[in-house]
Design a protein around this ligand. Structure first.
Ligand SMILES: Nc1ncnc2c1ncn2[C@@H]1O[C@H](COP(=O)(O)OP(=O)(O)OP(=O)(O)O)[C@@H](O)[C@H]1O
Length: 232
């Protein structure tokens, strides 16, 4: 039986657009900080989308913290929170408070209660003063932080960050890295900024839908860099 606090992929195959994007992939992830690296198109985003039911495996089994993705997919979004590269793809509502109220509603709160709780929820992150701000008036870094708050209020057990640094300047990126470091959840981070994984417990290198490297960051990243040099 997989551990209650682990992510298990057992012989997973995923087809997209007729292509085999994940190819008999098996992984057991129980570390609190796991990095996912690989060249463009290697299958990283596809893999994490299996964890919250955005994609379903064509073969094999996916279990996330005790939930079977095949049988209990509808429960996955509460268990696994996603923060994507582009906050504009994630934010739906015109104001910050409305966005947070929507998240609370998604987490099962009745609408009225969700609306009442939005400002206190923002206050827990020191951002009560953002409540009435139009989302379009936030900077990229602030929007990214709003997305993180919107996900955290749903109290997920796993957080997936899919290339969160791509549009951030260095100070904003460092602040986000520091914030991620404080989170109690299991974190899966996809990034092309390889120094971001220095403090991670484990890095998995995907290549053409298979695991090509897996272990401590320094080791896996050195092998990946050497491989990338051969392609340049
Ligand atoms: N919506 C889609 N429909 C069909 N095929 C897709 C779709 N999205 C991705 N793919 C294909 O799946 C494969 C893996 O893509 P995926 O986005 O998982 O890779 P990735 O490692 O996250 O890449 P990147 O670093 O560029 O974000 C690619 O060959 C891609 O063309």
């Amino acid at each position: 039986m997989p551990k209650a606090s682990s992510i298990l992929l057992d012989n997973v195959t995923l087809l997209r657009g007729g292509r085999r994007v994940l190819d008999g992939l098996s992984l057991a992830l129980c570390e609190r900080r796991v990095g996912l690296i690989g060249t463009n198109g290697s299958g990283k985003s596809s893999l994490v989308r299996l964890l919250n039911g955005l994609l379903a495996a064509d073969a094999g089994r996916v279990v996330v913290h005790g939930l079977d993705a095949g049988e209990e997919a509808e429960q996955l979004p509460r268990k696994v929170g996603f923060i994507f590269q582009n906050p504009d793809h994630q934010i739906i509502f015109p104001t910050v408070a409305e966005e947070i109220a929507f998240s609370l509603e998604q987490a099962g709160r009745p609408r009225r209660e969700a609306q009442r709780e939005a400002v206190p929820a923002l206050a827990r992150f020191g951002r009560a003063h953002w409540a009435e701000r139009p989302v379009h008036a936030l900077s990229e870094g602030e929007k990214q932080f709003l997305c993180i708050i919107a996900v955290l209020v749903m109290e997920p057990q796993v957080l997936v960050f899919d290339e969160p640094f791509s549009s951030l300047d260095l100070p904003t990126r460092r602040r986000l890295e520091a914030l991620i470091a404080t989170l109690p959840q299991q974190v899966l981070l996809i990034a092309h900024e390889l120094d971001a994984f220095a403090s991670y417990e484990r890095v998995v290198w995907l290549h053409e839908g298979r695991v090509r490297g897996d272990g401590p960051p320094a080791e896996v990243i050195a092998a990946y860099r050497a491989f990338a040099e051969t392609l340049a």
